[in-house]
Design a protein around this ligand. Structure first.
Ligand code: BDR
Ligand code: CA
Length: 312
């Protein structure tokens, strides 16, 4: 079993990543869920994480609120994609039942790393602010991290022509993480755009007919409409869920071991990932870059995982 900490900004696709992880606790042990400012502000992202925990009855895993702003820049949010609450679509109660811990996310992550016997995997599906802060605060903790499995970057952008949203929000944090020497599995837009929830996918999920499938269908109807309106896609990419799908079934994705640098200066390229696919820099590879997804396996796994939540 892999011990994981999920650092996220739910977020439609972050929520689906959580649902996938909880349904597969035979493979994954979820040690903590931490939140960061990103899709919307950290207060709202934390409420959303707690509400998702309520829906999937994840009662025994601590949730802690993290950084409200990036290391250097002011925060940028993606209400244009995820709506005002960050999880627009489903009708959710204003106040969750589950409560957040009083500890800061950065301290909860450090504490979990200190106390763990074996190495932990960090799954990061929002801006990398919290993860970078842990590494800045206690650099030696990197030896307790087996791998950072993250969604971000790509060889093109979705927030600017060059930059993907998570890395555009906090490129300096991404720079710290990519230069840490910790093994990184990167699920960028090149691969996450292969996993698009078309209407056909939504009707497949709707046929499962339990409270989680209903929740996901409502999420996806909203998320799809944004992606159709903003990007003219057939369906929304379920970006963040690729990280968890990989941990459950590593054979689902193809990787290239490459060097990746994070642009922190460019006028048009701030937050860009410079992915050295041809090895032109001669620098040591620091990233397993995912470039292909087996989408049949992906949708089968999602379907099985949603069916796990049978309504009693
Ligand atoms: C990433 O940005 C967020 O809006 C999504 O949750 C995902 O993590 C995609 O660029
Ligand atoms: Ca996210």
């Amino acid at each position: 079993k892999r011990n994981i900490i999920m650092d996220c900004d739910p977020g439609h696709d972050d929520a689906i990543a959580m649902i996938l992880a909880v349904a597969n606790q035979n493979t994954l042990s979820i040690e903590a869920i931490t939140t960061v400012g990103g899709n919307v502000d950290v207060e709202k992202n934390t409420l959303n994480a707690l509400k998702v925990c309520d829906i999937i009855q994840l009662n025994d895993v601590p949730v802690a609120k993290g950084a409200e702003r990036p290391l250097v820049k002011d925060i940028v949010v993606a209400e244009s994609i995820h709506g005002e609450s960050g999880l627009e679509g489903p009708n959710l109660p204003d106040v969750p039942t589950k409560q957040a811990e009083s500890v800061h996310a950065v301290d909860l992550i450090s504490d979990k790393l200190h106390k763990s016997n074996g190495p932990m995997t960090i799954v990061a599906t929002g801006p990398l602010t919290n993860v970078a802060m842990v590494l800045i605060k206690e650099p030696e903790l990197k030896h307790k991290i087996k791998e950072i499995v993250l969604m971000g970057g790509g060889t093109f952008g979705n927030w600017t022509p060059a930059a993907e949203f998570n890395f555009y929000v906090d490129a300096e944090a991404a720079h710290v993480v990519f230069n840490s020497g910790i093994p990184i599995r990167m699920f960028g837009l090149d691969v996450t755009h292969q996993v698009q929830a078309t209407d056909q996918v939504i009707s497949r999920i709707s046929n499962i007919d339990n409270h989680v499938s209903e929740f996901i269908v409502e999420l996806l109807r909203f998320f799809n409409k944004t992606y159709q309106d903003v990007f003219h896609f057939d369906g929304a990419p379920i970006h963040d869920a690729c990280t968890i799908a990989y941990l459950i079934d590593p054979a689902m994705f193809k990787f290239k071991h490459v060097h990746v640098d994070i642009e922190t200066k460019g006028e048009h390229t701030y937050g860009m990932t410079a992915v050295d696919r041809l090895g032109v820099t001669g620098k040591e590879p620091n990233v397993y870059f995912a470039y292909e997804a087996d989408t049949t396996k992906f949708w089968d796994l999602l379907e099985r995982s949603i069916a796990f939540y049978s309504d009693k």
